[in-house]
Each structure stands twice: as C-alpha cells, then as structure tokens.
Design a protein around this ligand. Structure first.
Ligand code: AMP
Ligand code: TRP
Length: 334
C-alpha cells in the first residue's frame, strides 16, 4: 500500500454478532472508505480479554468477527484486515504505553468507571489499562484518522495526550490521530427502548437486529418495535424516539430524507411503515448473510487471509515499534 492516501484505522471487539447499529453506524462506512484511504481494520481480541468468555467461544467469535468484516464488504485486496493478537507488536507496544500512562488519567476514563461499577466482580488490571493498549494499536500504524463511536472518543483523546507527551519527552515518533465521523454514520437505538443504543450485549433479543437475522425474524422484530400512539410518521427524537429511530434506519438504507419519509407514509398507519423498514433492512442484509455463510464454510481461505493480514500488519507496525524502543532506550537485539 505504498501511496500517499491517508491512513484510517479501527478495531472492533469479537464479542458477538454485529448488530444493525454496528453495521449502519460503523462497518458500512468502513467499506465505503476503502476507496479513498489506506484502511487498516482489526478484530480487537486482546481488548475482549477484559471480560471473561469461555475460551472456545472466544476463538469462535474471533473467527466469526473476521468473516463478518469480509462479508460486510471489507476487501482484503484493498484493505488490511487482521486479528490483533496475531501481530505481536500490539502486546509489546501495549506495555510501553502502560508505562507512559498515568494512574490519574486512566482513573478518569468514563468507560472504566461504567464497566467497573457494572461488573464489580471482575475489575481486572486490563480493564483499567485498556486505553493504553488502544493507544498502542493506533500509534503503531501512524494512523491519520480513527472512526470511533461516542463511547470511544475519550480513549482517542487519551491516545493523543500520550503521543504528545511521548514525542515531547523522547522526540517525534508518533503521528497524532484524529477522530473520523462519517457523514452517513447513523446512530441506531434499541427497538424496545429507543432511548438507549442498540447494543450487542442487550439481553432482550427483540431489541436488536443481528446482521445475520433472516428476513422473517427481521420483519417480526420491526413489527414489535416500540413506537407511540400518535400514528404519524415524523422525526422528533425527543417526543417520538421509537418512530424517529425507525426513520433513521429507513433513511440510512434508502438515502431518503426525513421529509421524504414523512410524505411517503402520510395518512398510513405504523403497520405499513414498520413493514417497509423491515423489508429494506432485510434486503440490505441479505447479501451480507449469504456471503458470511459462504465464508464460514471456507476455513482455509479465512485462515490464509488472517495469516496474510498479520504478516502485513507486522511489517507496517514494526517500523514504529523499533523506533519507539530505540527512543526509550531498550537495547535492540542485533
Ligand atoms: P461495539 O459493538 O460497542 O464494540 O461497537 C463498535 C462500533 O460500532 C462503535 O465504536 C460504534 O461506532 C458502532 N456502533 C455500535 N453500536 C452502534 C449503534 N447502536 N449505532 C451506531 N453505531 C454503533
Ligand atoms: N476499544 C474499541 C471498542 O471497544 C475497539 C478498539 C480497540 C479500537 N483498539 C482500537 C478502535 C483502536 C479504534 C482504534 O469499540
């Protein structure tokens, strides 16, 4: 990838099948960005270790997440796709970043505060130093832009702080990454509680659309989506969060504006509207599901792509890692 395109880097945790939210909010734009940027995407399996998962399940989910990225249109001929732990530079850089991070600043991370209060039985050190590992992921590749959701912007800010401090103390090594917020990125809310975001970890299966759901399931979930009693399709996230969420989804897929959608469903009930949203979602996800099923049958192809991705990732990131080690005075092996 020797060209002068800017570098985009992002990671996604292998903690379950992507939701329609991941797809419309993130992965779909990752696909579009492949044309204009050098894109590096990875499955953040090291990050997923902060939660306890059955080891067999973790392996399976990592394989699935990798196949899902390809199924969503990430093309390994255009982009770099790999599994984080396959490139050992991440673990090594993670430790260096740990030593460049302050207890105080890590203590201020809202995700740490949230997660540690929600799971008081497993406040592991990894959960605390997670942003340092993430900083390493980003800085290793000299990324220009990092597309992240709102929950990760603080970690990106932290990355910039660590990089600035390092460059200042030891000399310029790291490029300062910026957030990237794709215009087309939609924030998708839960179908059952439209004031909270659609999330993989939701325990109510009716609340989320998995990108592997079949047409019948998708239509059923949209039929039971929470709306209101006004019977008017108009965009008002405050007063009508349910309907507005459905409009956001419909708009993200069809490209229609909110005004166009209101006009289209004027005088028609929510039933028609929900069916239309369900149908367009099912139609958009069908090729993803079919491609995924095909890929999961081709284990050697997947393994070959992972191996190739890891090799390229190592080659790119090792340059920065070696420079970093030199700057901090680690004796390099000859
Ligand atoms: P997560 O599933 O929490 O690991 O999220 C991975 C990325 O997917 C986030 O950084 C967001 O950019 C995106 N994402 C997740 N859930 C949603 C959602 N409900 N709406 C929009 N984007 C989402
Ligand atoms: N922390 C991110 C999340 O949970 C995943 C992630 C790990 C990441 N390393 C990254 C995202 C580097 C962007 C860049 O969503």
């Amino acid at each position: 990838m020797e060209n002068n395109k800017k570098i985009i880097l992002s990671g996604i945790q292998p903690t379950g099948v992507f939701t329609l939210g991941n797809y419309l909010g993130a992965v779909r734009s990752w696909k579009q960005m492949q044309e204009d940027y050098n894109c590096y995407y990875f499955i953040a399996d090291l990050h997923s270790m902060t939660i306890h998962i059955d080891p067999q399940k973790r392996r399976q989910q990592t394989r699935e997440a990798f196949a899902l990225l390809l199924a969503c249109g990430i093309d390994p001929e255009k982009s770099l796709v790999f599994v984080q732990s396959h490139n050992k530079c991440h673990a090594e850089m993670g430790w260096i970043m740990d030593c460049c991070s302050q207890f105080g600043e890590l203590s201020r991370m809202t995700q740490f505060k949230d997660k540690s209060s929600k799971h008081p039985d497993n406040i592991n050190a990894g959960l605390f130093t997670y942003p340092a590992l993430m900083a390493g992921d980003i800085l290793l590749y000299q990324a220009d832009y990092v597309p992240v959701g709102a929950d990760q912007t603080q970690h990106l800010e932290f990355t910039r702080d660590v990089a600035t401090r390092f460059n200042h103390t030891y000399g310029e090594v790291f490029k300062l990454p910026e957030g990237y917020f794709p215009k087309a990125g939609a924030r998708v809310m839960s179908l059952q509680d439209p004031t909270s975001k659609m999330s993989k970890s939701d325990t109510n299966p009716k609340a989320t659309i998995s990108i592997l759901d079949d047409e019948k399931t998708i239509l059923k979930k949209f039929k039971s989506a929470v709306t209101d009693s006004e019977a008017c399709v108009r965009f008002d996230p405050e007063a009508k969060p349910g309907v507005s969420n459905l409009m956001t989804i419909y708009s993200a897929i069809t490209g229609k504006t909110m005004e166009e959608i209101t006009a289209e469903f004027a005088g028609r009930g929510y039933g028609d509207f929900k069916t239309a949203v369900g149908e367009c979602v099912a139609e958009a996800l069908r090729p993803v599901r079919e491609k995924y099923e095909e890929l999961m049958q081709e284990r050697t192809y997947l393994e070959e792509q992972m191996r190739r991705g890891a090799e390229i990732a190592d080659k790119i990131s090792r340059r920065t890692l070696t420079k970093t080690k030199k700057k901090i005075g680690l004796l390099l092996e000859k």
